[in-house]
Design a protein around this ligand. Structure first.
Ligand code: DON
Length: 309
């Protein structure tokens, strides 16, 4: 097996040199301004090492990766009752698809497609003002990463609110089925803000440690969630974390991962490490093109897979 620090440096050098980098998301105008030439990668290991390469210290918009953290909070509040309002099956459809919602009576397929994450935001709003819920999500992420400097990029949140017609459509449609308990604009306010959390690969890898370590923070040994819940969240990342590209990611990389249209991916090697990668150019499914190639190479070099001993 390769040395992890060396493997990260090798992968970062190879990715920095590549020309075919995919397309930066531009449907959220503020995201379209990001330099497609960036590449960062970080690993936070269960034995306490934090190893980085490339632009791993530069903050980017984590977008849908935030849905892992909001799901964790919502499961903490609702437990298994959450599954009455959102499913846990892969969608096989794009992340912002509307058609499936009609067939399934306003119950989104899983918590990682946009509709599912908007329901999760609605769950987290119960008894709170949107500002309080947004603060709670941000503080949870800061706690997980051990870093109070993590912030929300309000220009990205405003840019998405101004252009998020499809998410408004999804929210209104679910409201008509009774699967949103608050006004659509309130649930969306929470949703747009958690998607706009800005983190570096380093911070994101640190924030994912509890999933690689049976629900516990490796630095303190404190339990964040039960080991069973950590396994289940990782299972959802593997089956649903890359939308209609989830099967391909599992086939090529072989570990749970959650992507965001900012070009980030959080990936978990159970029992070993939490990984974060960032390359803003996306493939046709809206997932980081070089990010998934980099994780595929790294997993191969390190012999990491949930399907192998
Ligand atoms: O709702 C949206 O479209 C974005 N805030 C998040 C989408 C996203 O990150 C999809 N992931 N690849």
């Amino acid at each position: 097996m390769a040395d992890l620090e060396q493997a990260l440096a090798e992968v970062a050098a190879e990715m920095a040199a590549r020309g075919d980098r995919g397309e930066v998301a531009s449907y959220i105008p503020q995201l379209g301004r990001v330099d497609a030439g960036k590449f960062g990668i970080a690993a936070a290991t269960n034995d306490g090492r934090v190893l980085v390469a490339g632009d791993a210290g530069e903050a980017f918009s984590i977008q849908s990766i935030s849905k892992v953290f909001t799901l964790t909070l919502a499961l903490g509040e609702k437990g298994d009752a959450l599954w009455k309002r959102v499913g846990r099956e892969p969608s096989g459809n794009p992340f912002n698809s509307i058609v499936q919602l009609e067939h399934e009576n306003g119950i989104p397929r899983n918590p990682f497609i946009n509709a599912g994450a908007i329901v999760i935001s609605d769950v987290l709003l119960a008894g709170h003002q949107p500002r309080e819920t947004i603060g709670e999500i941000l503080r949870f992420v800061q706690f997980l990463a051990d870093d109070e400097t993590i912030t929300i990029d309000s220009a990205v949140a405003a840019s998405e609110r101004a252009t998020g017609y499809r998410n408004f459509a999804l929210a209104n449609y679910m409201k008509s089925f009774g699967n949103l308990h608050h006004a659509p604009e309130m649930a969306l306010g929470v949703y747009f803000h958690h998607c706009a959390i800005a983190m570096s690969c380093r911070q994101l890898a640190l924030a994912g440690r509890f999933l690689a370590n049976g629900g516990r923070q490796p630095s303190t040994g404190h339990s964040v969630i039960s080991a069973e819940r950590a396994r289940r969240i990782s299972a959802l990342m593997l089956t649903c974390g890359h939308y209609d590209g989830s099967g391909d990611f599992a086939f090529r990389v072989g570990i749970p991962g959650k992507s965001g249209v900012g070009g980030g991916i959080l990936a978990i090697v159970p029992g070993v490490a939490s990984l974060a990668v960032w390359s803003p150019g996306l493939n046709a499914n809206g997932n980081s093109k070089l990010g998934s190639i980099a994780l595929e190479k790294l997993a191969k070099m390190m012999n990491w897979s949930v399907f192998a001993p």
